[in-house]
Design a protein around this ligand. Structure first.
Ligand code: ADP
Ligand code: NA
Length: 355
């Protein structure tokens, strides 16, 4: 079979948590390790997407670096994978504009993620859609509406064939394929391979909050005890897992039951995420284990599983001459490689559309 071109992105929004790690980053690292020699991998720190939530320039600069450090810490290898800041490669924005000229507003307005943002930002019912002048609101920014086009541009710019995504992003991948069809038919050309999904929906695709296991573990959750960060030390990890919410239905693990026992199921998922098993499988093996023991087993697995990551993170985070040089070199190598890939595509695109 043909060589794969794998693309994935992550926003620079602080040190990744266990959900980001098990649900995405660890799988990126596995993909890198399992890739064949001819396969290419692109991992982008999507700072342009991060601008949809305006913040502070110094903070963004710091977050970009911190995410780069995190990607190196989880074991991505800049000599094997192209690791780069989206904003350092202007072709991403160039292609976004070009794709936006053949992208359907109606399609964008029907996207689930947009509709839920629209309803939170403007308190309109989920049945409303945008553009609709009656629901005009200063909170509605065009970047939020059109960012699936930027996402499509990210993928297509490197002529990616395989895109690892969680279930929340499937619709956006579908939209990217729609962008390919629209672009090809508008300009009578055939430049982009339609990207395929690599499903990340294993058991660890939804790690829940340790404090409220009915909610996803999320960076936006203000309670620090709800999540574990990839650079947490052993004592912190143990303390957080020890105080994780379970239930009083039974003092032992019993059946895997995410509906009635979400806290227990979450610990089983986390344990399974580090031992390569599903939550169900771990439950079978731990049926008679007490919840206190389950917490200990889970903490052991997280501590051991994150040990190297944490060590590398701390080492790379030290403000030393060697580290500054290493970060700078990684940034330069990544930018260079991504720009070359981008320019190869853009030459074809500009040719096809008359620029
Ligand atoms: P957050 O949900 O904390 O805002 P992002 O949206 O930046 O995180 O997600 C980055 C990546 O991590 C995505 O691939 C997303 O699917 C994955 N991810 C985020 N939270 C979780 C979670 N709780 N469980 C599994 N995967 C997650
Ligand atoms: Na999210």
């Amino acid at each position: 079979s043909k060589p794969k071109i794998i693309f994935s992105g992550i926003q620079p929004t602080g040190v990744p948590h266990l959900g980001n790690y098990l649900g995405a980053l660890k799988q990126w690292k596995d993909m890198q390790d399992n890739a064949r020699e001819a396969d290419k991998l692109f991992f982008s720190i999507v700072d342009l997407h991060a601008l949809t939530i305006p913040g502070n320039a110094d903070k963004l600069r710091q977050n970009r670096r911190e995410m780069l450090t995190s990607l190196l810490a989880i074991g991505l290898n800049p000599e094997r994978s192209t690791i780069f800041y989206q904003g350092s490669v202007p072709q991403h924005a160039e292609l976004q504009w070009i794709l936006s000229c053949t992208a359907s507003t109606g399609y964008l307005s029907r996207m689930t993620q947009w509709k839920s943002k629209l309803s939170t930002l403007t308190s309109t019912p989920l049945s409303s859609s945008f553009p609709d002048p009656t629901i005009a609101s200063p909170a509605l920014k065009h970047g939020l509406f059109s960012y699936p086009i930027l996402q499509a541009a990210d993928i297509l710019l490197h002529r990616s064939t395989h895109v690892p995504v969680g279930s929340d992003q499937k619709q956006h991948l579908e939209f990217a394929r729609e962008c390919v069809t629209n672009f090809h038919s508008a300009w009578s050309t055939h430049i982009f391979p339609p990207p395929q999904t690599i499903s990340l929906d294993s058991s660890s695709s939804r790690i829940m909050s340790l404090q409220d296991p009915t909610k996803k573990m999320s960076k936006s959750d203000p309670n620090p005890k709800s999540k574990i960060f990839i650079n947490d030390d052993e004592a912190t990890i143990r303390k957080k897992i020890n105080s994780a919410r379970t239930d009083s239905i039974s003092t032992t693990v019993g059946e895997y039951d995410p509906v009635n026992r979400p806290g227990v199921a979450n610990l089983l998922e986390i344990l399974g995420g580090f031992t390569g098993k599903t939550g169900e499988k771990v439950a079978e093996e731990c049926k008679d284990v007490t919840l206190a023991q389950l917490k200990m087993l889970t903490a052991d697995a997280v501590v051991a599983g994150l040990e190297e990551v944490r060590e590398r993170f701390l080492l790379l985070g030290e403000d030393t001459e060697v580290n500054r040089k290493r970060v700078k070199e990684t940034e330069e190598v990544g930018t260079q490689s991504a720009k070359e890939s981008a320019e190869r595509t853009m030459e074809k695109v500009r040719e096809a559309i008359g620029l």
